[in-house]
Write a protein that binds this ligand. Structure first.
Ligand code: HEC
Length: 190
């Protein structure tokens, strides 16, 4: 089908009096399109990439780089953790970490909201400095406590642990009801 006075081919449909030319896609465009289609299986199926690194290698390298940049807090002993308890500079540093990361769930005064009251004698995951250090490091993801070991530096974990312990017995107003088991005041000391 062509149009009167115009020998360019038309598409054989017409909607509301509107017709369109049957213009082919430019050859360069079609060629480029074909090349991209051919490139896809080549790109996905070839085991090696530019520079002879497989995608699995790239993944491993990226994960290794991430882990190097976010070292896991080293496993601590009760003695190593105990050093920070009651230390004024650790508590001061820990307060900064706590205000920046923990208040949304534990409240600025530690009285608890989404997370438990951190100032009372009741602990779900243990009251010793090491237990508190471990809870902060590993978190309790299923209950909504994030694992901070990957997000904070080891020294930040040490100091925020010291700060949490320093809150013990501070009796904030309107605290969350006790959760966990009663630990004697002694247990919260190093
Ligand atoms: C997104 C909310 C959230 C944030 C942020 C959060 N926590 Fe928690 N935290 C929780 C919840 C929920 C629990 C209770 C876990 C459970 O029920 O087992 C908890 C438990 C704890 C416990 C153990 C309490 C116990 O009774 O054994 C400690 C210690 C603790 N958090 C410290 C911290 C510190 C320090 C930070 C900041 C670095 C922090 N939390 C940030 C939600 C949070």
């Amino acid at each position: 089908m062509t149009r009167a006075g115009d020998d360019r081919p038309m598409m054989d449909h017409e909607y509301d009096g509107i017709q369109e030319y049957d213009n082919p896609m430019p050859r360069w465009w079609l060629l480029l399109f074909a090349v991209t289609i051919v490139f896809v299986p080549v790109y996905y199926l070839l085991p090696s990439d530019i520079g002879n690194i497989t995608k699995a290698d790239m993944y491993t390298q990226e994960i290794a780089a991430f882990n190097a940049a976010h070292p896991e807090a080293p496993k601590m002993t009760a003695e190593q953790v105990g050093v920070f308890v009651g230390k004024a500079d650790a508590i001061a540093d820990g307060k900064v970490v706590f205000m920046a990361n923990c208040v949304a769930c534990h409240r600025a005064d530690g009285g608890g909201q989404i997370g438990p009251n951190l100032t009372d004698d009741f602990w779900i995951h243990g009251a010793t400095p090491l237990a508190i250090h471990t809870t902060i490091t590993e978190g309790v993801l299923a209950k909504g406590m994030p694992p901070w070991g990957k997000m904070l530096k080891p020294e930040q974990i040490n100091s925020v642990m010291a700060y949490v312990i320093s809150l013990h017995g501070s009796h904030p107003t309107n605290p969350k009801e006790p959760q966990g088991i009663l630990a004697t005041a002694e247990a919260a000391k190093p």
